[in-house]
Ligand binder design. Structure first.
Ligand code: GLY
Length: 358
């Protein structure tokens, strides 16, 4: 584990294409600007938020960057995955240009996964890439989406279909921001956190079931450190990083087929249970694994099944960006802490979804 603990602040060092720190602590939002590594030419900052994170945190973050001498503006859009689209993206690019941002300036994502993905994709593509800072304000963004450099917007054909890899300069995770999360939103983050336990850490899986809010910095740091290892081994998802998609192929199909009414974390929770069912159907896992995962996710306040027909979900999965030719790789658990990557031919997709829904 390459984390440091400094005065209750956990720091995970990520050595991807560029190296950066994920700083996790309580009450660190007001110091956000001081945590950005020094960059001589950075003068302007655009803080991107949705209407919720604007109301809760924007003043503090803007003050931090203004006090550090930056010229600061904000770009705010209505919350929700449905807004992570090409129109909002175009509006943000126009805002960056109107504010005369240069490549050495900074786009700061203040919010959950939707804000981070959209702001990051704009930062990756504006002038072929400008500086980027992640300030995750949801558990889901803290444990997963703010780390590793995947940024994207959705197209009508599917989720995250236009995207890039663009690592942030720093991730500033103030756990006090998570105090304001509604229970359902916290639960959505638990789905991604539990994913890391199922992937390779039975002790984390256990710890997350035991008052997770009480030891948040440590638990987030553990999830981020597991993600760090996958990202460092395979930044561009040519191999090992594919494991991080546990529950996601099923989950993205559920999100898409629901018109993004089902939140990402909830869809991933259902997707993890479906993955376990498919593993059982293929003789890779014992049926008790489905029970164990369902119980744990249900106790965390997450859904564990969907009424959507397998046929509809399989069709939604056909445009999954992980598809390579005639196969889509699925991550299937053998046990908590042990998963395999299993390609499923698109001709067998509906049968696989049927087994996973059963
Ligand atoms: N959320 C999966 C990844 O970052 O690869």
């Amino acid at each position: 584990m390459t984390t440091e603990k400094q005065n209750a602040v956990e720091i995970v060092h990520v050595n991807a294409g560029s190296a950066y720190d994920v700083v996790i602590g309580r009450g660190i939002l007001a110091q956000a600007a001081s945590l950005v590594p020094h960059c001589d030419n950075a003068e302007r900052v655009v803080v991107v938020a949705d209407d919720i994170t604007e109301r809760l945190f924007m003043d503090q973050v803007m003050a931090s960057f203004m006090n550090a001498g930056f010229e600061v503006s904000s770009f705010v859009f209505a919350h929700g995955e449905a807004r992570k689209n090409i129109c909002t993206y175009a509006g943000l690019l126009d805002h960056l240009a109107a504010r005369h941002l240069t490549r050495s300036d900074l786009v700061v994502a203040l919010g959950g996964g939707v804000v981070g993905d959209l702001a990051g994709f704009a930062a990756a593509t504006y002038m072929r890439g400008c500086g980027f800072v992640q300030i995750p304000t949801t558990l889901l963004a803290a444990v997963d989406s703010s780390v590793g450099g995947k940024v994207a917007i959705d197209l009508l054909a599917g989720k995250n279909l236009a995207g890039a890899f663009h690592q942030p300069r720093v991730v500033v995770c103030d756990t006090a921001c998570l105090d304001s999360l509604p229970d359902q939103e916290f639960a959505n983050g638990m789905a991604e956190a539990l994913k890391y336990g199922v992937l390779r850490d039975p002790a984390l899986f256990e710890a997350l079931q035991d008052h997770p809010r009480e030891n948040l910095e440590r638990l987030i740091a553990r999830c981020v450190d597991i993600k760090r290892a996958y990202v460092e081994a395979d930044e561009r998802e040519a191999g090992a990083r594919k494991y991080l998609n546990l529950g996601h192929t099923f989950g993205h199909a559920i999100e898409k087929a629901s018109g993004y009414d089902v939140p990402h974390g909830s869809a991933v929770a259902i997707g993890i249970v479906m993955s376990a069912r498919l593993a059982v159907a293929r003789g890779m896992a014992d049926a008790s694994l489905v029970t164990a995962l369902s119980t744990c996710l249900d106790n965390a306040g997450l859904p564990i099944s969907t009424d959507m027909p397998a046929r509809v979900l399989a069709r939604a999965a056909l445009s999954d960006k992980k598809r390579a030719g005639h196969a889509i790789p699925f991550v299937l658990p053998r046990a908590v802490g042990e998963c395999d990557l299993v390609p499923v031919n698109v001709a067998d997709l509906e049968a696989a979804f049927t087994q996973a829904c059963a």
